[in-house]
Design a protein around this ligand. Structure first.
Ligand code: CU
Length: 157
């Protein structure tokens, strides 16, 4: 008798109704994403590494400073940190962006066509509903092409 009951219980656990196997779309949430406008920088003396002779890509996002009077040269790039932001379609999203490096960063979120300016020492907040699924670039129009982040909006079924 017990063995027969265990067989039924085990069998029913394996044959779940189809509706329990469907993952329901996640309920929309309020999301706040904290972002920083930063500049990564490296430098070295020409005695250790020669100044690069190949040109660096133009566009404002990369800076290559020639050796100073002491022989030190530097390279830097502007970035959004984090570089990838993931939300679910339907989420109410607030981007809270602080300016750390660079005096200002005028930006556009492609696809949503939202714009703003991030200034050093200030927080820029932008709130929107992520109603379109896909991957959208958050582009600083001054520091192209490096200062881009991907806004990934995961589709609901
Ligand atoms: Cu910028």
């Amino acid at each position: 008798m017990i063995k027969w009951l265990l067989t039924i219980v085990a069998g029913s656990a394996l044959a779940l109704p189809a509706w329990t196997q469907d993952k329901a779309a996640p309920a929309p949430r309020e999301r706040t994403i904290y972002v920083a406008a930063i500049e990564s920088k490296g430098g070295v003396h020409v005695d250790h590494e020669p100044f690069p002779t190949s040109p660096i890509m133009e566009g404002g996002g990369y800076l290559l400073k020639k050796p100073d009077d002491k022989g030190r040269w530097e390279v830097s790039t502007y970035r959004w940190d984090p570089g990838t932001i993931v939300v679910n379609q339907g989420d109410r999203v607030t981007l809270e962006i602080i300016g750390i490096n660079g005096n200002e960063h005028p930006f556009t979120i492609e696809g949503y066509w939202l714009t703003g300016i991030v200034r050093r020492g200030q927080i820029t907040r932008l709130t929107f509903t992520a109603d379109k699924a896909g991957i959208f670039k958050i582009i600083c129009r001054t520091h192209s092409p490096s200062m881009q982040a991907d806004l990934v909006v995961l589709a609901n079924k």
